[in-house]
Design a protein around this ligand. Structure first.
Ligand code: HEC
Ligand code: HEC
Length: 363
């Protein structure tokens, strides 16, 4: 706030001086005043969204000085990183696949286990996560921000953290894709917008294959392709020899010692397999994960919460197999039918990913 006040003082200073001294000295003072005012104006208070964009790209806000939100949510890759699981500061490997942030503002649950429900709540998590930006405390972040002159006019002393959360959220709310071919077909009735194979895939997706039960298709754009709910992933995964009961015990012990969910999930692959349970502690949520939206899914390989599936064809194969298994009604599809479903999934790629994606990439 101090710098902010100084800026205001400089500006109010000029007319007063000009009024009082109509002499050569006065003129010099006016020029000096203008120069000071201009220097201060070079770092104006940024609109929240622009501040968020800069923070999103700023690698300095990390333990190794090399990791930004954009390292794992890359503007040129639909705001994900194309890796199986993310790699953060000092090449620390996480346990989960980074979701695309396109349309993230319409998610009512965040993270694969839904442990957060708003962008504002979530924004500082990655900065303080040891496997992401890796800063050790909020105080470290505040100190860092105070040492960065370009943010001073936008960050009021004492409420830096609140403003950083609000700015990152405001920026992420602008990350929306455009219409995709399937929406043009379904909503506008443009029968040329998708291929015949994709049309057959859609019939299967909504019909016999039952995908639509979780990957919802609403009657207006943007179609979400998720129920924002949690489902069990195929066969419950046995984490490296540890029984589920033992994992739950470890989770409760670490929680009672004050470990945060974020740390546990990011650092301990075994605990990450508990899924939704870490957020609800309801035993039926063990091993449940959020249904991901399938918008732009052809561009977001690898797939699933742990990035264990490398291609779309393989993801469809697994979903066909496991969903049949879970429902108790085995689903038998011909190879050509699976290809049609993949074609349908490809029609969910937006023609325009991000109107301003070029600008977003600029520091
Ligand atoms: C090291 C890589 C990495 C960095 C850096 C990173 N993220 Fe993420 N992000 C991830 C991963 C992995 C997940 C999924 C974690 C999970 O579900 O447990 C995620 C999840 C998210 C989500 C939830 C998305 C959803 O659909 O549920 C948001 C929002 C998000 N990140 C925003 C940010 C912001 C803002 C920053 C910078 C302050 C950031 N991330 C930095 C890897 C990263
Ligand atoms: C019971 C709910 C449910 C049904 C039915 C379902 N899915 Fe899924 N789908 C999910 C969940 C949950 C995940 C995430 C699983 C994980 O991360 O381990 C997922 C993941 C996917 C992915 C990977 C997306 C990504 O970004 O990682 C694809 C592709 C997919 N499903 C396609 C399908 C297809 C095709 C069908 C129909 C054959 C189908 N799903 C049926 C709930 C469902």
């Amino acid at each position: 706030m101090k710098v902010h006040q100084k800026t205001e003082m400089n500006l109010s200073f000029i007319p007063r001086i000009a009024f009082r001294f109509k002499t050569a000295t006065g003129a010099v003072l006016v020029l000096v005043g203008i120069a000071i005012a201009c220097a201060a104006a070079a770092e104006p208070t940024m609109p929240l969204e622009e501040l968020g964009r800069r923070l999103f790209l700023d690698v300095r806000l990390s333990a190794d000085g090399k990791t930004a939100c954009a390292s794992c949510h890359q503007p040129s890759r639909t705001f994900q990183d194309g890796r199986q699981v993310s790699v953060g500061a000092f090449a620390r490997r996480g346990t989960r696949n980074a979701p695309s942030l396109l349309n993230v503002a319409s998610q009512t649950v965040l993270f694969w286990d839904g442990r957060r429900s708003s962008l504002e709540e979530q924004a500082l998590d990655p900065i303080l996560n040891v496997a992401e930006h890796g800063l050790t405390s909020e105080a470290v972040l505040v100190k860092m921000l105070r040492g960065m002159p370009e943010y001073q006019n936008s960050l009021e002393k004492g409420s830096e953290l609140k403003t950083v959360s609000a700015a990152l959220s405001a920026f992420q709310k602008t990350l929306v894709d455009g219409r995709n071919g399937f929406e043009n077909y379904l909503i506008d009735g443009d029968s040329t917008a998708i291929s015949d194979s994709a049309k057959r895939g859609w019939v299967l997706f909504a019909g016999r294959a039952g995908c639509i039960e979780c990957h919802r298709v609403e009657s207006r754009a943007p179609i979400s392709l998720t129920d924002q709910a949690f489902h069990s992933v195929f066969i419950p995964r046995q984490a490296r020899g540890l029984s589920t009961t033992r994992l739950v015990e470890i989770f409760h012990k670490l929680s009672s010692e004050g470990a945060s969910y974020d740390q546990m999930v990011a650092e301990t692959p075994d605990l990450a397999t508990l899924g939704r349970y870490v957020a609800t502690r309801d035993p039926k949520d063990i091993g449940r994960f959020r249904t991901p939206s399938l918008r732009n899914v052809a561009l977001t390989a690898p797939y699933m919460h742990d990035g264990s599936v490398s291609s779309l064809a393989e993801a469809v194969d697994l979903e066909v197999y496991y969903r049949g298994r879970v429902s108790g009604k085995p689903l038998i599809l011909l190879d050509s039918e699976k290809t049609d479903i993949v074609e349908f999934l490809r029609s969910l790629t937006a023609a325009r990913q991000m109107p301003a994606s070029k600008r977003i990439g600029q520091q």
